[in-house]
Design a protein around this ligand. Structure first.
Ligand code: NAD
Length: 378
């Protein structure tokens, strides 16, 4: 029996809606496999701005540091959009990431076979580049999370007529995230693609230099390089060619949203942000932030139509990477697959040519409860 402490940041918009179902799932896993999850609910983002005037109160970060992992919904919304940059809800994300040292963001994007008709690509596009000749893809984006453009120096000229953001990377920052990528590739199809803009950016040329050195240590992994513009194109031209993609903070942010559409919806993509390679390389579990990759989706908040599966799949990653419970993680993933087998769909993952007879459109809560039911029954 294990006893674990989990920090919870429900956040804004659909964050609390999807997170409460993810917590129910964790509790069901606890009951089934005899673990206790103790939750510490914390505020960050818009909610924290409203009650304390700042997006990331110091107490939130301190309390999160005492926990085994942090599960986050999403932050942000139009209410706070006009605040100055350093007071915006999204600053809370950056503060949590740097404060907890979670520099490697794992964003798996694969196609559940049940969602084939929710994927906008034709069979021949999916088959292109797929080594098994199947209309399928299974890729992992490893995004550097605590450096680059989102953390570089920024500012405005005195007259306000120009602004700048800087992309800065050290060799050490590049090396450590690459090593997480290689550890993941070893357990997968042994291919790693470094995505950059080395034809223009000096920081990208440093990425190539460092990865050229590191690649020699991983001779069993096939290393390749792509410019980010080409990668954006290849993702919709032949996603099956990719196994692990390692890239910078900005490029990873954008490419993973693109990849999410191929899975059917952004509501399907979970993520883990890790403070080391930990379980990815078969070592001890490490602290991590787990969250769906989507934002607070203010356009659908409060309507019971958000897809909770990305948040629920994030709990599987939490169990796997920050607690080291592989069997329990797999049980959550199997339960998600089972509800898709039952034909249950939130609107965002219905077949693109209209929901088929075998599909039933359900709301956020019904989808979450269906996952729980499978977990409790199996
Ligand atoms: P978004 O991801 O919130 O929404 C983009 C689109 O996807 C919207 O049409 C939305 O309805 C849809 N969508 C998102 N999640 C969904 C789900 N689970 N089920 C069904 N549909 C879903 O991105 P945005 O609109 O660019 O940003 C909204 C707010 O969220 C902004 O304030 C932004 O800064 C913030 N944001 C936060 C995070 C985070 O907390 N990690 C990430 C991205 C954006």
């Amino acid at each position: 029996m294990g006893n674990y402490s989990i920090a919870l940041v429900p956040g804004d918009g659909i964050g609390p809606e999807v997170l409460s179902l993810a917590v129910d799932v964790l509790d069901a896993v606890g009951d089934k496999y005899d673990h206790v999850f103790n939750y510490v609910e914390l505020i960050a983002g818009g909610k924290a701005i409203d009650s304390t005037g700042e997006p990331l109160p110091a107490e939130t970060l301190e309390a999160a540091k005492q926990c085994d992992a942090l599960l986050l919904g999403a932050v942000g919304g139009p209410k706070w959009d006009t605040l100055p940059g350093h007071l915006r809800p999204e600053r809370a994300l950056l503060g949590l990431r740097s404060g907890l040292g979670v520099y490697a963001n794992l964003r798996p994007a694969s196609l559940f076979p049940q969602l084939r008709l929710a994927c906008p690509l034709k069979d021949e596009v999916l088959i292109a580049g797929n080594s098994e000749g199947k209309p399928d893809f299974d890729l992992l984006i490893v995004r550097e999370l605590t450096g680059g453009l989102y953390f570089g120096e920024r500012g405005r000229s005195a007259d306000g007529n120009s602004a700048f953001d800087t992309e800065t990377y050290s060799k050490a920052e590049i090396e450590r995230v690459l090593r997480v990528g290689y550890s993941a590739a070893k357990l997968r199809r042994k291919k790693l693609c470094v995505v950059d803009k080395a034809n223009v950016l000096e920081s990208s040329r440093l990425w190539r230099e460092v990865s050229g050195e590191i690649a020699k240590e991983y001779s069993d992994i096939e290393t390749s390089y792509l410019y980010v513009d080409n990668c954006a194109m290849q993702l919709i031209r032949a996603p099956g060619q990719f196994d692990v993609i390692v890239t910078s903070n900005l490029f990873g942010d954008i490419l993973s949203d693109e990849a999410s559409v191929l899975t059917g919806s952004i509501g399907m993509l979970a993520s883990a942000s890790l403070a080391g390679s930990g379980c990815v390389s078969g070592k001890e579990p490490v602290m991590g932030i787990y969250e769906p990759i989507h934002g607070s989706a203010p356009d659908i908040a409060g309507k019971d139509i958000a897809n909770p599966l990305a948040a629920i799949l994030s709990t599987a990653m939490l169990l796997r990477y920050s607690i080291g419970l592989e069997k329990e993680a797999a049980a959550v993933e199997t339960a998600v697959s089972a509800v898709l087998d039952q034909g249950l769909r939130t609107g965002d993952i219905a077949s693109r040519n209209g929901a088929s007879d075998k599909e039933k459109i359900v709301g956020t809560i019904e989808m979450g409860k269906a996952v729980l039911k499978v977990l409790e029954e199996k």
